[in-house]
Write a protein that binds this ligand. Structure first.
Ligand code: ARG
Length: 457
């Protein structure tokens, strides 16, 4: 079968080579963007008097017909036509005749594909931002319910100090806020119009690139044709932002897996986001969280793959660039689904409240508060640390919680300890005292909920 570029060829492409070089099976998902770009290009050709109005009209009618064929699943893609661009162009010629062959004037597949992925990614970044906002609102809603729920905060996965569960959840909202900014930044550099760069050098035809940009809603056009056809920074940048976002989701998932364990029992996940075991009837596994954690590895892999794809390519277009699409598409799909599944899982989850005595007995969470109390009694912090350490050792020996010690027992360890120490040893007091901006005290958490509610609308 003759290829659209077959003029200088005497032999036909080897069947395996054809399959190897064809991208239609994955780039067909760009069809709507390819058609949108072609319609804008056609209008520009008409405006610049390269196409007659009647010709442009015929082409646009044909393109809209092809769009309908795709939308209704009737379009039959042909592997020998390699990619989405040539499949659509050939179909156009079949539908409207030789005038269809005029559409590619002043254009190459190199700037065409650069345009298509920019149009595609621009939409997808917005969709991802919407999913991220839905998730953020879910985090906020859970946080609002748990301002006064106290849990142990950890360092080194050892119980450290009591914190509000809301404060813990809102830590992720800070991360998601930065993710949102990074995605918005990647969008700025995606939102630039490359058409008119043609194969690499620009075009002989006097086309108005700014007009094309306006038609397609791009705020800017690319400044260098060679860069425009070979730049995939915006994809790498998006995948980098996506990797960091997945890293955050994955950390959150890791905590959910821990919280859902019988050992921790802090969270009860809904049946809708868990699965059973085919052998152990009692099991309810946190698969959603585990899968998101697992998929994060794939997303990192795509980022590294793309960086490696780009590193050795001379200017300008090389066929290597066709390899940008599968990792990009998979990143987009995986991130979107992960965000939506995570939001559903979190929304339907129930947090269990710790009993006060459980918390009091749980790893001397207020030891630092005792040391801080001693500092208020003018004991240097190092000494206070030592005294508190001894107190903890005494508790371990006698099997008591800090709060359970009598004043006499405490004073045996340090004379500086007075009756008012008991106002420092409860977890509620400890949390309330973390009243610094950004701290876990309930009024500080409320302050952040108010700020974050304005950001995530
Ligand atoms: N399918 C190609 C890609 O994805 C389109 C551009 C082809 N350009 C070329 N000079 N062969 O990159």
């Amino acid at each position: 079968m003759k290829q659209p570029w077959g003029g200088r060829f005497k032999e036909s492409t080897d069947a395996l080579m054809l399959r190897f070089s064809s991208s239609i099976f994955f780039d067909k998902r760009l069809y709507a963007y390819d058609i949108e770009g072609s319609i804008a290009h056609c209008k520009t050709l008409q405006k610049c008097k390269i196409l007659k109005p009647a010709e442009a009209k015929q082409i646009i009618t044909g393109l809209n017909k092809i769009l309908k064929e795709f939308d209704s699943g009737k379009f039959k893609v042909k592997e020998n036509l390699e990619d989405i661009h040539m499949n659509i162009e050939q179909r156009l010629i079949d539908l409207v005749g030789p005038v269809g062959g005029k559409l590619h004037t002043g254009r190459s597949r190199n700037d065409q594909v650069a345009l298509d992925i920019r149009l595609y990614l621009r939409d997808e970044i917005e969709a991802i931002q919407d999913s991220l906002t839905r998730l953020a609102k879910t985090v906020l809603a859970q946080a609002k319910k748990h301002i006064n729920t106290i849990i142990p905060g950890y360092t080194h996965l050892q119980r450290a100090q009591p914190v509000s569960l809301a404060h813990h959840l809102l830590a992720y909202l800070e991360m998601f806020g930065r993710d949102r900014d990074r995605l918005a930044d990647a969008l700025k550099r995606t939102n630039v119009m490359p058409l008119g760069s043609a194969a690499l050098a620009g075009t002989n035809f006097p086309i108005d690139r700014k007009y094309t940009a306006k038609l397609l809603g791009f705020p800017a056009v690319t400044h260098n044709s060679m860069d425009a056809v070979s730049d995939r920074d915006f994809i790498v940048e998006f995948c980098s932002a996506a990797s960091i976002l997945m890293m955050h989701l994955s950390r959150f998932c890791e905590e959910i897996v821990l919280w859902a364990s019988s050992e921790c029992a802090l969270i009860e996940l809904s049946d809708a986001y868990t699965t059973g075991s085919s052998i152990m009837p009692q099991k309810k596994n946190p698969d959603a969280a585990e899968l998101i954690r697992g998929k994060t590895g794939r997303i990192y892999g795509h980022l590294l793959g793309l960086l490696t794809l780009m590193k050795g390519q001379p200017l300008a277009y090389n066929k290597d660039l066709q390899e940008d699409k599968e990792p990009l598409f998979d990143t987009v799909d995986t991130v979107r689904t992960s965000l939506d599944v995570f939001a559903g899982m979190l929304k339907t989850a129930k947090f269990n409240k710790f009993k006060p005595e459980e918390l009091a007995a749980s790893g001397f969470l207020t030891a630092t508060d005792l040391a801080d109390y001693l500092v208020l009694q003018k004991v240097p912090f190092r000494e206070a640390h030592e005294i508190t350490g001894k107190t903890v050792a005494y508790c371990i020996d006698t099997g008591q919680a800090l709060e359970e010690l009598t004043l006499a027992e405490l004073q045996k360890i340090s004379k500086k300890i007075k009756k008012d120490v008991f106002g420092y040893l409860s977890v509620e007091q400890s949390v309330k005292r973390k009243n610094v901006y950004g701290g876990t005290a309930p009024n500080r958490v409320k302050e952040q909920i108010a700020r974050l509610s304005k950001i995530w609308k």
